[in-house]
Design a protein around this ligand. Structure first.
Ligand code: TMP
Length: 392
């Protein structure tokens, strides 16, 4: 049974950065549910993929050094441990992972045309399609087998998880490996980072829910790693149950135990989380209002989809955060979805015009603080809402 635990109000499409601010934008209810049987956390409103993953999709994996390094490290590990002849990435974005492989070894799948064109130009076979059983059949006709399928921050965006895993299982060779990584529900709840929820993120996975889901497809997790990316993610290494050549790491039991101790299998945990989220909103608004009263100027750093959830849930307009900055060309000179806050092109000097910087991309805190040492040295301060709203 699906039980509601949090209402994040009406939210615009998170990656729909408009070139002109419109007061009336289409918004969708964002309510969060916990399934008492599968232990899966999901949002209720399903928006057609075509409306979200457009041909001018503004999210690029290569925009941060942190993500580039993470993909590079993973590519080394894949080559060393699994030695795949053919690897396929579902949601290849701008090629941040596949560019670390030879062109004959890697295939990308990317529904957003602007991104698919990037990897096509780089010379990689790229299917400008959504992941589906049809596509899996088409790829199988052209390739004998795929030894490794990888997908980061994509499968949780697809409504029909049964079709997703059925098609993966169909295409993967008998000893093939599936590696997926997505934000960790445990980290999200621990950090009170309710901004992990927006209309693209249909599910938020835990080891408990993935472990149970895979059983239907005769797949199982054989290793699991905690990553720092996206504010805390889990990387799941998956194989077929019949493949006994690979041993199952203790890490899985350890992670599941950690999640159980935290109560990720119980509805009451999520009810408590929702109370903390409401408190977080009050605290953040009190910080921003007090800065406004002191005539201090606040800049948002990183025009993230996560920040869109915060702005719209807390009703933050340009009187509280004057502008955002971002390095992504597709976001510059556009407006934060649902709000009248303009996104400016990042340059290191831009911070000098503001007294405070709100970390929209709090998940890149280390990278950003390292880059903005001068701002801090000159007396500038940062604001974050994770794990509790504060100035530092
Ligand atoms: P994400 O949190 O959804 O991965 O998005 C990160 C956004 O932050 C992306 O639009 C790029 C932007 N960004 C900057 O503008 N400057 C930076 O230094 C970093 C790390 C990210």
């Amino acid at each position: 049974m699906n039980k509601k635990f949090l209402d994040l109000g009406n939210q615009p499409l998170a990656n729909n950065y408009l070139s002109k601010f419109k007061k009336k934008q289409i918004k969708y209810k964002l309510k969060l549910f916990f399934n008492t049987k599968s232990k899966m956390v999901s949002i209720s409103k399903r928006i057609p993929s075509e409306m979200m993953f457009t041909n001018n999709y503004p999210y690029r994996s290569s925009m941060s050094k942190t993500m580039q390094n993470s993909f590079y490290e993973l590519s080394l590990e894949i080559k060393k441990k699994f030695k795949p002849k053919k690897i396929l990435e579902i949601g290849s974005n701008d090629g941040a992972l596949i560019k670390n492989f030879n062109k004959s070894e890697a295939i990308g799948i990317e529904p957003c045309r602007n991104l698919a064109q990037i990897t096509k130009k780089m010379g990689y076979v790229t299917y400008n399609n959504y992941w589906s059983h049809e596509l899996a059949k088409k790829i199988r006709l052209k390739n004998e087998k795929i030894d490794l399928i990888y997908s980061a921050n994509t499968l949780t965006h697809i409504s029909d998880l049964n079709e997703v895993f059925k098609s993966i299982s169909y295409l993967l060779s008998s000893n093939g490996i599936l590696i997926i990584e997505d934000p960790s529900l445990l980290e999200c709840i621990k950090k009170n980072s309710y901004d992990q929820f927006y209309n693209e993120h249909i599910y938020l996975f835990s080891a408990i829910s993935v472990n149970s889901l895979l059983k239907k497809f005769n797949l199982e997790i054989f290793n699991i790693k905690n990553l720092e990316t996206h504010g805390g993610s889990l990387r799941y290494y998956i194989k077929r149950v019949i493949n006994k050549k690979i041993t199952i790491s203790r890490n899985i039991k350890i992670q599941i135990k950690k999640e159980m101790i935290f109560g990720l299998h119980k509805f009451s945990t999520f009810k408590k989380f929702s109370q903390k989220v409401e408190k977080s909103k009050v605290k953040l608004l009190s910080i921003l209002n007090s800065l406004k009263n002191k005539k201090k100027l606040v800049l948002g750093y990183g025009a993230t989809a996560k920040a869109v959830t915060i702005l719209n849930y807390c009703n933050i307009n340009n009187d509280l955060i004057c502008n955002f900055v971002d390095t992504t060309p597709e976001k510059i000179n556009r407006y934060m979805p649902g709000k009248n806050i303009k996104i400016l092109k990042y340059n290191p000097k831009i911070l000098d015009k503001y007294h405070y910087v709100f970390l929209g991309a709090w998940n890149f805190k280390k990278e950003i603080l390292n880059k903005e040492k001068r701002f801090l040295k000159n007396g500038g301060k940062f604001i974050t809402h994770v794990p509790v709203p504060k100035i530092f």
